[in-house]
Design a protein around this ligand. Structure first.
Ligand code: PMV
Length: 325
């Protein structure tokens, strides 16, 4: 019998990009999940299969073989997953063969933390299958180290939110702290469908920050104030203020060059349809935007995003991090 584990997607509510410069950011786990089913095999093969990602591949004795899908894509997607599994096997102390089936409802490559949710759920499923009693802290470490080995030096926000769920305040210096939230944070996520690279977007911001240091300082300060004000608004369930802060945050992100036409279309359509606020989320340059709206406006906002060319879905925050199902 297989063991099933799942982990949530995330949105960055406030503070992306400025977080790279040491400012705080707020990250929220949402109710889209990656699910992994792990089963023992008779041989030593680590086989990964995902129907919705249209890939199947295996690793055996240092050999990587793709059975379905593009070789480069499969390596990119499954290398961190394999590394995480190897880290779990290291704790088990024995090499065993595994079949891992991945099912995810998280859009891929859109800044919603799909990759971290997959790695985290796989590490948890394999750990439980081998009866290792991994703590959430263990799972976070394994997922973060696997991501680091493949993606260079990520902040760790994605594996943290996939593991712990809820709403986290993150700052490079101080790490993660849970945020008290007394609101549902009713959101529509709009996927522009435009592919983007986080690295390229981070470089764009770097150029502006380096070229205009005085202005950069003010922008950082504004971003910090937005996050601090948002922490109070989340505690007080003050959706109007949160909406306004999202609009201001989007303007800052536009200012540092990470919005694009697709994001401008969707954010302005959402606002016109009655959203309290809208902003890009994550790296920008495509990817996703989010709109905050009162419950009775969520359908209008979704429809407006769709008419503007995006793929919308209503997202709810979730306190459920990684879990065995
Ligand atoms: O890859 P995304 O879309 O989740 O965006 C990453 C967030 C940035 O602040 C742009 C980069 C970072 O490492 O924090």
């Amino acid at each position: 019998m297989g063991v099933v584990a799942s982990a949530p997607a995330k949105i960055i509510l406030f503070g992306e990009h400025f977080v790279v410069y040491g400012e705080p950011a707020i990250v929220v786990a949402i109710n889209r999940r990656a699910r992994a089913t792990a089963e023992r095999r008779q041989d030593n093969r680590l086989r990964f299969h995902s129907a919705n990602l249209s890939t199947a591949c295996y690793f055996e004795n240092g050999v990587f073989k793709v059975e379905q899908g593009d070789v480069k894509e499969a390596r990119l997607k499954f290398e961190p997953v394999k590394l995480a599994v190897e880290k779990v096997l290291l704790r088990y102390g024995k090499n065993v063969g595994l079949d891992v089936e991945i099912n995810s409802t998280i859009p891929v490559g859109a800044g919603l933390g799909s990759s971290a949710a997959v790695v985290t759920s796989v590490a948890a499923a394999v750990g439980a299958l081998l009866e290792l009693k991994l703590s959430k802290e263990d799972i976070f470490r394994i997922a973060y180290d696997a991501e680091k080995a493949v993606h260079g030096n990520p902040s760790g926000v994605d594996p943290a939110i996939a593991t712990f769920g809820g709403t986290l305040l993150f700052q490079i210096d101080t790490g993660f702290k849970p945020v008290e939230v007394n609101s549902d944070i009713p959101l529509v996520v709009g996927d522009t469908g435009v592919a983007r690279s986080t690295r390229v977007q981070v470089e764009k911001v770097r150029e502006i920050m380096d070229s205009y240091p005085q202005i950069a300082g003010s922008l950082r300060k504004a971003a910090r104030e937005i996050v601090l004000r948002a922490v109070t608004a989340l505690k007080e369930n003050d959706l109007e203020t949160l909406g306004t802060l999202m609009n201001i945050n989007h303007a800052l992100l536009y200012g540092v060059g990470v919005s694009d036409e697709s994001l401008e279309w969707l954010t302005s359509a959402a606002r016109k349809a009655g959203a309290l606020g809208a902003k890009l989320t994550g790296a920008g340059g495509g990817g996703c935007m989010i709109a905050l709206a009162k419950a009775e406006k969520l359908d209008n906002v979704s429809e407006a995003i769709m008419r503007a060319g995006g793929s919308p879905f209503v997202a709810k925050k979730t306190d459920e991090g990684v879990k065995i199902e």
